[in-house]
Write a protein that binds this ligand. Structure first.
Ligand code: NAD
Length: 239
């Protein structure tokens, strides 16, 4: 492991347009479960699989049931940024890292101080009335019951989260692709790379070093210049 960390350090020293692409594994050390690890949400038992509950169709047909799951399992309001979030913010401040592209919806990169964060799947921190567009924060959702309703017009409030079957935001995708295309180093961390189209964005990388930091293998290990199988918070604090 020490040799790999040293190699990672050397690669970082050679690059000044680093981009990070991450997923749920980045936040497990902050106490937020991911989906596919053994202690992830997909291994818990519900009436429906999480992928079904978090789909657009389910949201439309069973909005109350959706919110029961969502309040219970998707809102981790006490969670704090861990060493991985903090290191990325530090690299951005030093001018080394140009963007974080995340599949996470927990807002922890911004909480750590990162400024350029492209949230491919939105954020639980933003919520909008489906009728009048009024904004609501996450506390409003957490403290509401059943389907949260707009105080102004009575419309239903929907989280600004990309559900399964929904498309990604064009502007966010364009900026994420631009960042990946211009990067000299792409670090992929804490993601199973199983969720598309998000995972496909890494194909735009043409830079010098592709580094993967993940617990367990991913489909892209063979493509990477360096693969570190470990906890991302621990790995990043050693850098
Ligand atoms: P995933 O659950 O499919 O995969 C997570 C990967 O991270 C796994 O390979 C796991 O072994 C690895 N991992 C777990 N802890 C790790 C650690 N400490 N260090 C390094 N690797 C670690 O997650 P995904 O690829 O992001 O895709 C799932 C979807 O779920 C995403 O679209 C995301 O929006 C959503 N999600 C988000 C959150 C969040 O916002 N924190 C939490 C759960 C799910």
């Amino acid at each position: 492991m020490d040799e790999k960390i040293e190699k990672f350090r050397q690669m970082l020293a050679e690059c000044n347009n680093v981009v990070f692409f991450g997923g749920a594994g980045v936040s497990t050390e902050s106490g937020i479960p991911d989906f596919r690890s053994v202690d992830g949400l997909y291994h818990e038992q519900y009436d429906y699989p999480p992928e079904t509950i978090l789909s657009h169709t389910f949201y439309r047909r069973n909005t109350e049931e959706f919110y029961r799951f969502y309040r219970n399992k998707m809102l981790y309001l006490g969670a704090k940024p861990n060493a991985a979030h903090k290191k990325l913010a530090e690299w951005e401040q030093q001018g080394k890292l140009k963007a974080v592209i995340t599949q996470n919806i927990d807002g922890l990169h911004q909480a750590a101080g990162s400024k350029v964060v492209w949230e491919l799947h939105g954020s639980v921190l933003r919520n909008y009335c489906e009728s009048c567009g009024a904004f609501y924060d996450v506390d409003y959702i957490r403290n509401s019951e059943g389907v949260p309703k707009c105080e102004k017009c009575g419309g239903s409030i929907k989280p600004d989260v990309v559900l399964y079957e929904e498309g990604l935001d064009d502007h966010v995708v364009t900026e994420a692709v631009k960042a990946i295309r211009n990067a000299d180093m792409l670090i992929i961390g804490g993601t199973s790379l199983a969720v598309y189209p998000a995972a496909g964005l890494i194909d735009y990388f043409r830079g010098k070093y592709l580094v993967l930091v993940n617990k367990g293998a991913t489909s892209r290990d063979a493509q990477a210049d360096l693969v570190i199988d470990g906890k991302i918070g621990e790995v990043f604090s050693a850098l």
